[in-house]
Design a protein around this ligand. Structure first.
Ligand SMILES: [Mg+2]
Length: 382
């Protein structure tokens, strides 16, 4: 390997992938998803890919942060100095966010650097990060969304299908309908999966006060939920802590949270029994590792949110990471349509990739098809 590899180009674009059916959770209906796709190339020719989710229409904000704000910090640098590049990107972004779109842009660049470095070394990323699992990792099947015309029985059939595929843990959405309708859904889910399967409930910030949330959660508690996820807005740490103290159902949150400091605050205030930190949101793989290590010292597990292709590597390498959130088809996590290799599932576990880096590349044809016109941009030498 040459002594002085430097980053020669940073490219980014927005891919907008429509959902085949409008799909809902407690607080929103989604019809399309924006993904920002980042490619970092070294002057040795080795490329790394990073990405993040940018909501239904925010892709261009994140793309601009990658190429116009942070790209110059990465260009010309030794890509192995990921900690130093992270610190410099964070400093550059200080006035522009520290969370949200700019932190998602920083995350995508950090992921691309890790992917590039693993590829340059010829190692699967999970091995470069330090292995804990060697062959496969635990996962839960994530689904149970709201669709027009979907009955509780149909929800039960969906979740039972994941159990039949070998998953011992499944997740569904709650918090959109009346308490009675939600109880019917969760009752049907529990009846369909049986008593021994872990059943996670995701409320997607459904509630804004403790009495409403507590009443909803207590009504669902007899169905033995493994956790209640994001009961409140991520900024409402006080209510997360109050709910956690008031119910026996463990509270999980953190998927929209960024930075080690806010995660530590969540832990200090006992607002989460499970952290759901997302490496494409929180500040990349570099920051995710710091957050997970902090959580370990509090005895708190991390079950990362979204992007199973990315988090399979982190769950493989970090002992207190318990599950990958796995999306069994491309209906919800339609990022699947943008990559050229899908993870293998065996007995409800995800098989670790044995190819270099993340173990997949962007599917060039699909990326061209879904790119939002005018969003592709690059900085550096060509
Ligand atoms: Mg969630």
């Amino acid at each position: 390997m040459p002594d002085h590899v430097t980053v020669s180009t940073v490219e980014a674009r927005v891919a907008r992938v429509p959902l085949e059916r409008p799909t809902s959770f407690a607080t929103r209906q989604v019809t399309a998803r924006d993904y920002v796709l980042v490619t970092v190339t070294g002057d040795d020719g080795v490329q790394g890919r990073g990405f993040c989710y940018a909501g239904s229409s925010g892709g261009e904000v994140v793309r601009a942060a990658v190429t116009d704000l942070l790209g110059a910090v990465v260009l010309g640098r030794d890509p192995l100095l990921v900690e130093r590049i992270w610190a410099d990107m964070y400093q550059e972004a200080l006035l522009h966010g520290r969370t949200g779109s700019v932190m998602r842009a920083l995350s995508a660049l950090d992921i691309a650097l890790w992917d590039r470095n693993a590829r340059a070394l010829g190692l699967p990323l999970h091995r470069l990060l330090g292995g804990y699992h060697a062959e496969s990792v635990p996962a839960y099947a994530s689904g149970g969304y709201y669709l027009d015309g979907k009955t509780p029985e149909m929800l039960g059939e969906e979740l039972a299908g994941y159990v039949a595929e070998g998953f011992g843990a499944v997740k569904m959405k709650v918090g959109r309908l009346s308490p009675a309708e939600e109880e019917a859904r969760v009752a049907a889910a529990r009846a369909a999966v049986g008593p021994d399967v872990l059943l996670m409930l995701d409320a997607n910030n459904a509630w804004s006060d403790l009495p409403t949330a507590l009443r909803a959660v207590e009504r669902l508690a007899p169905y033995d939920p493994y956790w209640i996820e994001e009961p409140f807005s991520p900024d409402d740490i006080a209510n997360h802590a109050r709910l956690a103290a008031a119910t026996r159902v463990p509270v999980a949150t953190g998927e929209i949270e960024a930075g080690r400091w806010r995660h530590k605050e969540l832990l200090d205030r006992q607002g989460a029994a499970v952290l759901q930190t997302d490496a494409a949101v929180c500040g990349g793989i570099t920051e995710f590792r710091r957050i997970a290590a902090t959580a370990a010292s509090y005895g708190v597990p991390v079950a990362p949110h979204w992007f199973h292709d990315l988090h399979v590597h982190l769950v493989a390498a970090i002992p207190n990471c318990t599950f990958v959130e796995f999306f069994p088809d491309d209906a919800v996590l339609n990022f699947r349509r943008l990559v050229d290799t899908q993870l293998a599932v065996r007995g409800g576990r995800l098989v670790l990739p044995d190819t270099p880096g993340l173990g997949f590349a962007f599917d060039t044809e699909a990326v061209e098809r879904y790119t939002v016109p005018g969003t592709a941009a690059a900085v550096g030498a060509h």
